[in-house]
Write a new protein. Structure first.
Lengths: 99, 99
DNA sequence: CATAGAGTTAGACAATCGTCTAATTAAATG
DNA sequence: CATTTAATTAGACGATTGTCTAACTCTATG
């Protein structure tokens, strides 16, 4: 885990934040457009963006009045590597050992 | 996500629980032997086992006085599928789209 | 430069979480 | 059956989390 393993896992623990990541699969989006997908105030959404950014799961850039968010795949790759390592092929390994 | 997506993600948010999963990679272990790896009371460890079991990330069986825990790979596979879907190949996808 | 719009920051508050000690359950054994 | 050992359950408590309203920053524009 390169940088923020624990923060990244904690960030993923909230369903709103996972949905934000899902929306960003298709490319970057403005903060306001993201927020429009949720039944929640803008400050609450802003908080979720901050948590995701501090976990390095997203990156942001300002363009005039608006802020664009996009997935940061670097930490994402680390998370997947951790999960695959710990949980991914355990079945095969156990099969080989305990059969 | 088959059953307990949110619970599974929340279970992964704690470093002690992730370490428990890591230890279980090599096969099932007794509750006491797992607990011995941590600087924490047994009731606290028992709580973490319960969270992991409710998230379907581990399974347990009693053998006399002792309880054995093992990884449950079913939900683990779902988690990995989710992560790969949302975060896994975003770089390639964005590259193809926004280049 | 006054106003409006997009977004964040500050601070409060209830709910959830992680840990502890004390009590309890369940199995083994003299 | 009394005691010991392995583990969980119950309940308390401080820390963290997710949400809200109010206030603020920053940019655009008349």
């Amino acid at each position: 885990m390169v940088v923020s393993g624990n923060q990244a896992f904690k960030a993923l623990a909230d369903p709103t934040r996972r949905e934000i990541l899902r929306l960003l699969r298709q490319g970057e989006m403005k903060a306001g457009d993201l927020a429009a997908h949720f039944d929640m105030t803008k400050p609450s959404m802003s908080h979720h963006f901050a948590v995701l950014r501090e976990a390095d799961l997203i990156v942001s850039r300002r363009d005039g009045q608006q802020i664009w968010y996009a997935l940061n795949t670097t930490v994402a790759q680390d998370l997947i590597a951790w999960l695959m390592d710990v949980l991914g092929d355990a079945k095969q390994r156990r099969g080989g050992k305990n059969k």
